[in-house]
Design a binder for this molecule. Structure first.
Ligand code: GDP
Length: 187
């Protein structure tokens, strides 16, 4: 955990906190989505995430401070299998594919099955088609992504970590939907 994340946790000790996980194949842009959202940074270099790392960010949802603890791991499941601990306690997930690599979209089916086997059934999931800036080599159309999301009852968004398009929206909407879900379940 970074020092700034630890400081955020200390300052917001009373705020409700949601664990959010990033899943999807390696290279789809999970780390860059996270660093764009938390630090407004993007890197062109591809460093496959080693192990698991999380970052904490406080968001204001309907006037309430909420701490999002966002976990990132690599999709190299053969080398570093994702364990139950990664899924445990997660209230929401961003399931990411790369709109320019069809196989990463096909593999979202497997990621979703894994999620449904291991995670809380009430988990809120957003399907994220990343790299929307590379329009000329799009292999997965918006319609295809959206219709899969609808079929599986997932939220859907297309993002570009590079251009910072819809990144804020992807994370804050997920947290807002988790919040709404939890409030409704308490009623
Ligand atoms: P991860 O393995 O899923 O965490 O993927 P990374 O965040 O490390 O990104 C993998 C590669 O894709 C890197 O070379 C990034 O620069 C690139 N990348 C990530 N997001 C975008 C994006 O939105 N647009 C473009 N064009 N490239 C991206």
């Amino acid at each position: 955990m970074s020092t700034s994340s630890r400081r955020e946790e200390d300052n917001n000790a009373d705020a409700p906190f949601f664990k959010i996980i990033l899943i999807g194949d390696s290279g789809v842009g999970k780390s860059n989505l996270l660093s764009r959202f938390c630090h407004n940074k993007f890197t062109l270099q591809f460093n496959s995430t080693i192990g698991v790392e999380y970052t904490t960010k406080t968001l204001t949802i309907h006037g309430h401070p909420i701490m999002a603890q966002i976990w990132d791991t690599s999709g190299h499941t053969k080398l570093r299998p994702i364990t139950d601990a990664y899924y445990r306690g997660a209230a929401g997930a961003l399931l990411v594919y790369d709109v320019t690599r069809h196989i990463t979209f096909v593999n979202t089916h497997k990621w979703l099955a894994d999620l449904r086997n291991h995670a809380d059934p009430n988990m809120v999931v957003t399907l994220v088609g990343n790299k929307s800036d590379v329009r000329q080599s799009v292999m997965v159309s918006t319609e295809v992504g959206k219709s899969f999301a609808e079929k599986e009852s997932l939220y859907f968004v297309e993002t570009s970590a590079l251009r910072a398009t819809n990144v804020e929206h992807a994370f804050t909407d997920l947290v807002a939907n988790i919040y709404r879900n939890q409030v409704n379940r308490k009623r």
